[in-house]
Design a protein around this ligand. Structure first.
Ligand SMILES: Cc1cc2nc3c(=O)[nH]c(=O)nc-3n(C[C@H](O)[C@H](O)[C@H](O)COP(=O)(O)OP(=O)(O)OC[C@H]3O[C@@H](n4cnc5c(N)ncnc54)[C@H](O)[C@@H]3O)c2cc1C
Length: 514
């Protein structure tokens, strides 16, 4: 159910203002998480009214925004897909358009499309304890209007990075370059790279996706990296999954393959943390097997950090290695001294000529979609709060965020987060609670950064994020099995959270008096 209630204009303080719509829950963002949240909510809390405010004019978030050649997942779709909707395609590592269609069809089949308000960028939310509600301010990107909506619970599904611009470091001499410079986040639809010399700056998931995809049509593609990344090849189609799907009903097969992949990725992560040398050696052997004899693996594929200190990149069917082997792509490990008229001058003295330079240099992280928060008139600085179960923030009532794992598929955590939020809402209804506020843990307890990756994009922005504590429920475990125990089965009332009932809200009191 999703019909809103409008507060009659007569009880609004200002008679000239239009009525403010009220929802039980407001979801912000219509990407993979926001659509998942709406489906969970309509299934588990059918009496709740809700709407989705989305800044853009489309469903899909990341999977609609990024349009570069070869755009694909870098984790398997059995775990990046929703627990409640089997991934039916043969490709486990899937292309962007298929993922977008999966999100869109999920939204259609669960009847949540009509609840989306496109062009609504949420800029501020103010909590009033007296009214037990959030007033949410959104800017309309189509009309320029500012819209106010109220809700009892705010569910932020805004992803983790800025949409308007990607990250590009300061490079000397960029204005001298006579060719084209493109950031993958703002890909020109008509970019013609047939037969051209392309340099892709970067070594992350985007760079390793772009290089083989562009090498199919470009004259030559060079991946220029400052330092290498761990790269692991996986079959694009999972043979075990295909076998299981042939003999078992779709849902059962999906669940089995999902668990298989959860266990394998967890085991790989744990082994990386406990026996990094062993895993380093295994990855190196895998790379050597796929490249021609004598290839300089030590320079181009031997990172100076341990596996999973930064995200490990997956390549389907070794496509990156295949394009290197075929001579269509190459890797240069060096630093950029300056852009020149013809390309790039490197710190080693070498030069790279290019017609097109792609800056696959990353994202700018942004928590909660850049929204400001105030609680009872007091501005909240997110970095002063501590994350509660990785979902709520200390001192901030009735607000949850869907933030996925950094070491496994995003949706594994977001599905659990949605289940938790629905349980919480039902629990609050059953007990007559109107507020649920994580309460600051003992301030003398040590606090740590929210994410424990040392990637550049994390280190650049981590000071904008909340902190985490040393133990549950303040600790972010980045572990699916532990989160099932905590979020699906764990107690809702614990030492970290305070529930309370509202006194008669001011508005109702005014109405009664009138
Ligand atoms: C190129 C790329 C590939 C990736 N591949 C993988 C992968 O293989 N596996 C994996 O686990 N993760 C991957 N990720 C991470 C990926 O972002 C998540 O998997 C997932 O798509 C995030 O979904 P989301 O809905 O939480 O966020 P997003 O996809 O970012 O969607 C957020 C939505 O919220 C909207 N929004 C943001 N701020 C506001 C606001 N203030 N007001 C209103 N609306 C707002 C946005 O417009 C957007 O529609 C990838 C990321 C990128 C960039």
């Amino acid at each position: 159910m999703s019909t809103s209630t409008a507060i009659p204009a007569a009880v609004e303080a200002d008679f000239h203002e239009p009525p403010v719509e009220h929802f039980d829950v407001l979801i912000v963002g219509a990407g993979l998480s926001g659509i998942g949240a709406a489906c969970h909510l309509s299934g588990a809390c059918p009496a709740k009214t809700f709407a989705i405010l989305e800044a853009r004019d489309a469903i899909g978030g990341t999977w609609d925004l990024f349009r570069y050649p070869g755009i694909r997942s870098d984790s398997d779709m059995y775990t990046l897909g929703y627990a409640f909707r089997p991934w039916e395609d043969a490709k486990a590592i899937a292309d962007g358009p298929s993922i977008l269609e999966y999100i869109r069809s999920t939204a259609r089949d669960h009847d949540v499309v009509d609840e989306i308000r496109f062009h609504h960028r949420v800029v501020r939310a103010e909590w009033s304890t007296g009214d037990a509600r959030w007033t949410v301010h959104a800017e309309r990107s189509d009309t320029g209007e500012t819209v106010r909506v109220t809700c009892g619970f705010l569910f932020m599904c805004t992803g983790y990075y800025r949409y308007d611009q990607g990250y590009t470091p300061e490079f000397a001499g960029t204005d001298r370059f006579r060719g084209q410079v493109v950031h993958p986040q703002l890909w020109p639809e008509d970019l013609d790279y047939d037969g051209k010399r392309v340099v892709v700056i970067g070594s992350g998931a985007t760079a390793v996706t772009l290089v083989p995809a562009m090498a199919e049509r470009a004259g030559h593609v060079t991946m220029l990296q400052r330092s290498p990344t761990y790269i692991v090849s996986l079959p694009a189609e999972d043979p075990i999954a295909e076998l299981v799907k042939r003999f078992l009903p779709s849902r059962l097969a999906y669940s089995i393959v999902r668990w298989k992949n959860v266990l394998l990725t967890t085991a790989f992560f744990q082994l990386s943390r406990r026996a990094p040398k062993l895993v380093k050696g295994m990855i190196r052997k895998g790379v050597m097997r796929r490249l021609p004899a004598g290839y300089d693996v030590d320079t181009h594929f031997n990172p100076h950090y341990n596996p999973w200190d930064q995200r490990v990149c997956l390549v389907p069917d070794g496509d990156l290695f295949e394009s290197i082997k075929a001579g269509r792509a190459s890797i240069v490990t060096d630093r950029i001294e300056t852009f020149t008229e013809r390309g790039l001058k490197l710190a080693s003295g070498g030069e790279l000529d290019a017609d097109i330079i792609i800056t696959a240099t990353g994202l700018n992280l942004l928590p909660i979609g850049g929204m400001e928060i105030a609680v009872d008139g007091r501005e909240v600085k997110l970095s002063d709060t501590v994350g509660y179960k990785g979902i709520m923030f200390s001192g901030v009532p009735n607000l949850a965020v869907a933030l996925g794992y950094s070491n496994a598929s995003w949706t594994l955590k977001c599905d659990l987060t949605c289940e938790y939020v629905c349980r919480l809402l039902n629990h609050m209804d059953a007990r007559g609670y109107s507020h649920c506020t994580p309460r600051e843990p003992d301030p003398s307890l040590p606090r740590e950064a929210f994410l424990d990756l040392v990637s550049g994009y994390v280190l650049r922005s981590i000071d904008q994020f909340p902190k985490q504590g040393a133990r549950t429920p303040w600790r972010l475990h980045q572990n699916y099995a532990r989160d099932i125990a905590l979020l699906r089965r764990g107690a809702l009332e614990d030492e970290g959270v305070e529930f309370s009932r509202a006194r008669a809200p001011a508005r109702q009191a005014a109405q009664v008096a009138a």
